[in-house]
Design a protein. Structure first.
Length: 295
């Protein structure tokens, strides 16, 4: 093959590679679900437009509770929040559904106890700092982890447990729990608990947070049958995208302005804004008479 033919061959080969993507594989962004085949973590609908104002749960008007246990009607968690330091409002139908399966979005009981929770699907470099702050301030928290997080950050997970925090179930692969079979639901929950015990030598704490805040009566029932309490939240805002951080002042105001007794606060461990605001948040809430607790 002469030089001209070699040149033509290389040009044709390069063009083909560009078309099929073999020269430079598309990067797979970090994910809270399986890292190989999944895009960047989907924005979880925990009050996605919290900065704009109140939101309502979806479906807009949930149907009355069905007679048969295990309805597959899908709900995407949300609520009508307020800045009067009262628990956010949900419909009576939703309240009945959560109560039926002892699911939580606010903590029961009187007093000014509040609950700090973090979702951890992948690591962005902030969790060690978060743990340092919690240790320094002597604040307990609950971390809801995925299988990806457990297997890529075993030392951080062990540290969470060693320092007195709850380490809870956010499933292996971060699926929509309202659309999967009971067999797959069991694999998602038991699989993570099994791997957690293998890696840490300890039992995972029996609390489940549905990925993306999506659930059904059926998933609430299955979780309860497996010994898990489903834990939602009453205070959250758009903090989950590392590329769209609102800043520490914004995070501080979102927590302080909407705090209420019994609040279950959801923060994301990938958030630089939340990490920077965390010491101020803890100090301010304590100054207001709140006490940090775990379930």
């Amino acid at each position: 093959m002469n030089r001209a033919r070699v040149t033509v061959f290389l040009l044709v080969f390069a063009a083909s590679c560009l078309l099929i993507g073999c020269l430079e594989p598309s990067p797979t962004p970090p994910s809270g679900v399986e890292p190989i085949a999944t895009p960047a973590p989907q924005p979880e609908p925990e009050n996605p437009d919290a900065a704009k104002g109140p939101v309502l749960e979806s479906p807009q008007t949930p149907a009355p509770l069905p007679d048969a246990t295990g309805s597959s009607l899908s709900y995407s968690w949300g609520f009508r929040r307020n800045n009067e330091h009262r628990a956010p409002e949900i419909s009576s139908e939703m309240s009945n559904l959560l109560n039926k399966y002892q699911a939580l979005y606010v903590a029961p009981g009187d007093g000014n106890r509040i609950y700090l929770t973090f979702d951890a699907g992948y690591e962005q470099g902030y969790t060690a700092t978060i743990l340092d702050i919690l240790k320094d301030k002597q604040v307990p928290a609950a971390f809801f982890i995925t299988g990806h997080y457990l297997h890529t950050q075993p030392e951080l997970v062990k540290r969470m447990k060693a320092e007195g925090h709850l380490v809870c179930n956010h499933t292996v692969n971060h699926p929509d729990l309202s659309t999967i079979s009971q067999e797959k639901f069991t694999r998602e929950i038991d699989g993570l608990a099994h791997d957690f015990a293998e890696i840490t030598g300890q039992k995972m704490d029996p609390y489940l947070r549905p990925p993306m805040g999506i659930f059904s009566e059926q998933s609430l029932y299955w979780a309860r049958e497996m010994g898990y309490t489903t834990v939602l939240w009453s205070l959250a805002f758009a903090d989950w995208d590392p590329a769209k951080q609102p800043g520490a002042d914004f995070s501080f105001r979102q927590v302080v302005d909407y705090i209420h007794p019994g609040a279950i606060i959801l923060l994301h461990a990938v958030s630089q804004s939340d990490t920077e605001a965390l010491p101020r948040i803890i100090e301010e809430l304590r100054n207001q008479g709140y006490t940090f607790a775990i379930f």
